[in-house]
Each structure stands twice: as C-alpha cells, then as structure tokens.
Design a binder for this molecule. Structure first.
Ligand code: ADP
Ligand code: ASP
Ligand code: MG
Length: 452
C-alpha cells in the first residue's frame, strides 16, 4: 500500500483535481489511501476563506456566501451535484455555525478547528466523486473523523494518539474499494470534538496514515518538484534535491521549509517509510525521495538546503547569580514548559541564557514569570535561517562560507549555533535581512560548494 497526499494547490482548480485523479488511477496497483487538503488556488483559498468568515462572524457579520460560492464553483465546473454527496449539508451546517459564533461573539480554538475542518471534508468528497464518475475508479470517501483518527485536546495543533491506529487500520482494511479518499489536517478527540493538526497539517496526516496502514511509501504531491535548495519564492534559481535523509528533511521542516509540515517526518522515521515529494503539474520529474540513509556519493554537496523561519522571538535572560546557583536552568525551562514555549536555539554564557522560539506571545507570558527571579528581554520579528546537510559533519569550511556570505550581504548575525550532530547551522538575524541573507547564502553555498 501507499499513501498519496494532494496539497491544496494540487486540488485548487477543476483542472488540477482531474490531474490528481489521473495520478491516483495510475497507482491503483498499490492500493492508495488518498489524503486530500482543502482547495487552495488564486480562485479558491478555502481554509483562509473559512477562517476569515469565522472572524467576521465573531464581529457580528455572519456570511457564508464566499465559502458557498467557491465550493459550488468547483462542483459546477466538475459536473458534481453538491446536494447528492453531502457537500450542501456541510455548507448548511457551516452557515449555522457562523450564526452561532455571531450570537455568542466568541471564537475559541476549539470552534476554529470545527470551522477549518469543512475545507477538507468538502474537497475530499469532490475528489472521491471525480474518481468514481469521471475515472471509473472504485473509490470510497471516509473522513479521518469517521475512520476514528484520535488526537489529544490541543486544538489548533493536535497530536495523534497512536493507540487508535490498529482500529483505524481495521476500518480501512474492511472497506470494499480500490481507493480510500480521506481528509488531511483533521481528526477528533476521544470524546468526539474535531481537532486540526496545525496549518499545513495534511502532510502530517499523510505520514500518520502511512504508519497506520504500514505503507511502503508516502507520496506528497505539491506545486514544486520536490524539496528544493531554498524556497523558490525567495531564490528562483533553487534546485530540486534528489535525495534527503530523514534527519535532513526533519530539520528543514521544523526550521520553516513550508513544503513539509514540521511534524511530517516523525511517523515516517518511527516506521521507516520513505517519503517522496512530487509535483502534481510535472509528474515525470523525479522530485525528492526522503529515506533513512541516502547514497553518500550523490552529486549534491555537503549542504542540502536552506530554511527560513520568520517572526521568531529571542528571549534573553540575565542574572549575576546563574553559575553555581543550583537549579537555575531547570527553573527557567520549567517556566518555558508551563507556558508552551517551543525552543529552537539556546546559547548560554556565564551570566545570560538566550533562547529562540516561534511562539512570541507565549514567550512574553513566560518572560513575565521569569521576571520574578531574573531580568529578561523579549525581541520579536527576528528570522531564523538554517543551513542543513548531514555531510557538513567534519567539514570546517562550511561555517566560514556561511559567515562570509552573510558579511557580503551586510547582514549581521545575532546568534549562531551548530548542534553537536552538525546537521544544521542555525542563525538568528533581523527579520528584514532574511531575504538578502538567503539569496547570498544560496549563491555562496550552491554555486560554489556543489562544484567543489
Ligand atoms: P501544498 O498546498 O502542496 O501543501 P504548500 O504551499 O504548503 O503546498 O508547500 C509548497 C510550497 O512550499 C512551495 O510552493 C514553496 O513556495 C514552499 N517552500 C518553502 N521552502 C521550500 C523548499 N525548501 N523546497 C520546496 N518548496 C519550499
Ligand atoms: N488546509 C489546511 C491549511 O491550509 C491544511 C493543509 O493544507 O495541509 O492549512
Ligand atoms: Mg502544505
């Protein structure tokens, strides 16, 4: 078996939906489980539209018309009747939900997850209908909720509960079909409340379902030809990377490469399932394959890719009494933990600890608590740039090239760290210098190093 995940851009228009169905049909021999995101194209940005409608409802203006029009347009163009496949029922429920939000004037993370779930629940039905009617494929639709995929109660960034996996696997194997079409991004708690895995979470669903069915491969179909040497929107010359290790892909995902949701690699690593990232519009391109180990003699250089994360906060804690004060570090990290601050980088000196996090608001709250026993500052709007590659290990020249490239771009480094595993050199810079930094780093590391 395989899982095939189609991102929002791969099901964003009637044409791309047909193209996705073509690709699914070509894989029938591998019994695909298909995971679908909400439609996302310049004509239909479904998840964003749902979110905007919910905010407007909270402000007293409930209006489902944009969502209804967009979904009806997709259905109409594909010759699908939204009243026959449950889509109109969902749209009615969405309309009522908006009225409820307007009445209460409140939008909790729990309600927002229900709001966002409609996108995937509609688009997966569309893909299933097109597969059956136009492509003659014996497919079935079941949402991840119906299949029994369970998570914790962390609305907006829920994590799956692997104890449900055997029951979900049984549900899937009991189905009498050639293709199962299901929803990415969503699941539910054990008491039946809808949850989401965080924006971009369908990638994570793809590997979760891969783990559940024991897939031989997870395919992530998107709008670029694999994982590239940098975000092609920043560096147009960026190239597709033929192979990455699990660790390299995991670092890139956690450190901001949007092509993979941060947690995507975890189920793949735990179950040793290769992940292939491919371009729906250019299926002949080999894309990127991500596995436990890759050939060392690959043509790529030691540096595989650059990732950028924006809106990073830097928390600096200082105290004259840190050294020799038993338990100071654990006290600080206990506060971070209690306030849900995810920490990316840490640097310490005798009198200061600096940490970086993408959760600026949580960092502010933690800083308040730390002020009870140390002085602390929080700077926001910084950028974290990571240079990733397992073969950088023991190659001292890379760090020198990185600092040279940044100096040439007149970018100053606020903080730099290279983990003991040496798979990643991470730097913190001013947010407005991130673009110049990435362009200069890409030029230095990929125009020069790859050839050396
Ligand atoms: P999907 O709708 O398929 O989930 P996303 O928009 O979430 O697609 O992710 C694909 C986008 O990720 C690409 O269009 C690209 O702009 C961006 N991206 C960022 N970093 C990288 C990278 N290193 N390689 C490829 N794409 C990247
Ligand atoms: N539709 C969701 C989002 O826009 C999930 C995804 O696309 O992966 O974030
Ligand atoms: Mg995505």
């Amino acid at each position: 078996m395989i899982t095939m995940k189609f991102g929002g851009t791969s099901v964003g228009t009637p044409e791309s939906i047909r193209q996705a169905c073509q690709l699914i049909k070509a894989e029938l021999a591998h019994k695909p489980v298909v995971i679908v995101s909400a439609h996302n194209s310049p004509s239909v940005r479904m998840t964003d539209t749902l979110v905007a409608a919910a905010h407007a409802a909270k402000d007293g203006k409930p209006d489902a018309s944009k969502v209804i029009e967009a979904q009806h347009w997709i259905c109409r163009e594909l010759g699908i009747d939204p009243s026959s496949n449950g889509i109109d029922r969902l749209l009615e429920r969405f309309d009522k939900l908006l009225s409820g939000i307007a009445m209460i004037g409140e939008l909790t993370p729990r309600t927002m997850d229900v709001v966002m779930s409609f996108g995937e629940r509609m688009s997966a039905r569309v893909v299933n209908d097109v597969l059956r009617r136009e492509f003659g494929v014996k497919s079935e639709y079941r949402s991840a909720i119906t299949l029994g995929l369970k998570t914790d109660h962390n609305f907006g960034a829920a994590r799956p509960d692997p104890r449900c996996y055997p029951a979900v696997a049984k549900q899937i194997s009991d189905l009498d079909c050639d293709v199962l079409v299901t929803t990415g991004f969503i699941a539910s708690t054990d008491d039946g409340q809808i949850t989401t895995l965080g924006r971009g979470g369908s990638d994570y669903s793809a590997t979760i379902f891969g783990a559940i069915v024991g897939a031989e491969e997870v395919q992530i179909w998107t709008d670029v030809s694999g994982v590239m040497t940098a975000d092609p929107r920043i560096v147009p010359e960026a190239e597709s990377i033929p192979e990455l290790t699990f660790m390299e892909a995991s670092e890139l995902a956690w450190y901001g490469a949007k092509v993979l949701h941060p947690a995507t690699m975890t189920p793949a690593i735990e179950n040793d399932i290769p992940v292939r990232v491919k371009n729906t519009a250019r299926p002949d391109h080999p894309g990127t394959v991500i596995r436990r180990t890759v050939k060392q003699d690959s043509e790529a250089g030691a540096v595989k890719s650059l990732a950028v994360m924006k809106n990073v906060a830097l928390v600096t804690i200082s105290t004259g009494r840190m050294f020799g004060t038993h338990g100071f570090m654990s006290r600080v990290f206990d506060v971070f933990n209690r306030h849900g601050v995810d920490i990316h980088m840490i640097a310490t000196s005798e009198v200061t600890i600096s940490v970086t996090t993408p959760n600026a608001e949580a960092a502010e709250r933690a800083a308040e608590a730390i002020r009870d026993f140390a002085s602390v500052t929080v700077e926001k709007g910084l950028a974290l740039i990571s240079v990733v590659g397992e073969r950088m290990k023991g190659m001292p020249g890379v760090a020198a090239r990185v600092t040279k490239a940044l100096a040439e771009a007149q970018v100053s480094i606020r903080m730099i760290s290279q983990g003991a595993s040496e798979i990643n050199i991470a730097m913190i810079l001013e947010g407005d210098q991130a673009r110049d930094a990435v362009i200069s780093l890409h030029k230095e590391l990929f125009d020069n190093l790859a050839a050396s």
